[in-house]
Design a protein around this ligand. Structure first.
Ligand code: AMP
Ligand code: ZN
Ligand code: ZN
Length: 302
């Protein structure tokens, strides 16, 4: 099949583009999202949250090629056989592209790596991992103007559907291309420049440019509900092409209304008595969890 823009062979089908036109289409789409939703100012100090997976590496690659002040932040949860592999990939990538990489470890911040925390406590891995990771991402992004994550359209549509099914309007209201803006004290502006890019497109771009070819899944992944929604949505997408795009388009048209609706019920934020991070309670979620699961001798006042 031929590219719709030239007579070269197409390497991607929807849209049907040759290699060069696909690369241009992909990069334009990311840069247009940044422009349209005012994600980045020219002089902003940007940090990209990188896991070493294809999405965050592709994002780091594009932002680093288009903006001046770009660094990378990785949270090393301490998952042997998984995170150590992706960190090696990350280090090689950052040294090749001359990007400053900051790595923050659960071990150093909380006294123990995730592997040990999970061995010693009967808790859901994704819950503790997510809460601790978000805390460190928030804590170590304060010196930057924006923190960018690699969430793609597939991730977003899945999150929208999950929050709708659970009727969690508060979480639902935070799924726009930009959230946690500078207007909310204690939060760095969070941006998702790959918001309108499908997972397939990220995969193709990543392979074409040799950014990341392999794929590893976290060994702890066990959020059964999330996986069910993901699989159902994938099945639905195969039968009804465009489903994920429709969900995201619906959200974009309505998210301001959703935000307005929950505004009145939104919790007032204060500083956590223990760590100083923003929270609606006296002690934040992460500190409560730390106090519960980490033994006294390893507890560290952050
Ligand atoms: P996930 O929730 O695993 O799909 O990740 C979504 C995004 O969060 C990724 O694209 C990264 O930008 C960021 N992220 C996930 N894990 C980490 C990590 N360990 N360190 C830094 N950023 C991460
Ligand atoms: Zn072409
Ligand atoms: Zn706290």
């Amino acid at each position: 099949m031929e590219c719709v823009k030239c007579d070269k062979k197409a390497i991607f089908l929807e849209p049907t583009f040759c290699k060069d036109h696909f690369i241009k289409y992909f990069e334009d789409k990311v840069l247009n999202t940044i422009k349209k939703y005012d994600l980045i100012d020219k002089d902003d100090k940007i940090v990209v949250a990188v896991s070493g997976g294809k999405d965050s590496l592709v994002l780091l690659y594009i932002l680093n090629n288009n903006f001046e002040n770009v660094e990378a932040l990785c949270i090393d949860e301490g998952i042997q056989g998984y995170r150590d592999k992706t960190i090696k990939i990350l280090k090689d990538f950052c040294s090749k592209h001359n990007v400053n990489l900051n790595i923050k470890k659960f071990q150093k911040e909380f006294g123990k790596p995730l592997d040990i925390i999970l061995k010693e406590n009967k808790i859901k891995p994704c819950t503790v991992c997510g809460v601790f990771r978000r805390k460190l991402m928030n804590k170590y992004s304060k010196e930057y103007d924006v923190i960018a994550t690699g969430h793609n359209r597939d991730d977003i549509s899945q999150a929208i559907l999950m929050d709708l099914l659970k009727y969690n309007l508060s979480l639902l209201s935070r799924l726009s291309p930009v959230s946690g803006t500078k207007t909310r004290k204690g939060f760095t502006k969070k941006i998702k420049p790959l918001y309108f890019i499908s997972e397939k497109e990220v995969m193709a771009y990543s392979i074409i440019l040799g950014i990341r070819t392999g794929f590893e899944e976290c060994p702890n992944v066990e959020d059964a509900y999330r996986l069910k929604v993901r699989d159902e949505l994938n099945r639905y997408e195969i039968k009804h092409l465009g489903t994920k795009k429709n969900i995201v388009d619906w959200y974009i048209k309505n998210h301001i209304d959703i935000k307005e609706k929950i505004k009145n019920s939104e919790l007032v934020l204060r500083s956590c008595n223990r760590c100083g991070e923003p929270t609606s309670r006296e002690i934040c979620n992460s500190c409560t969890m730390e106090q519960k699961i980490l033994s006294k001798d390893t507890l560290k006042v952050l």
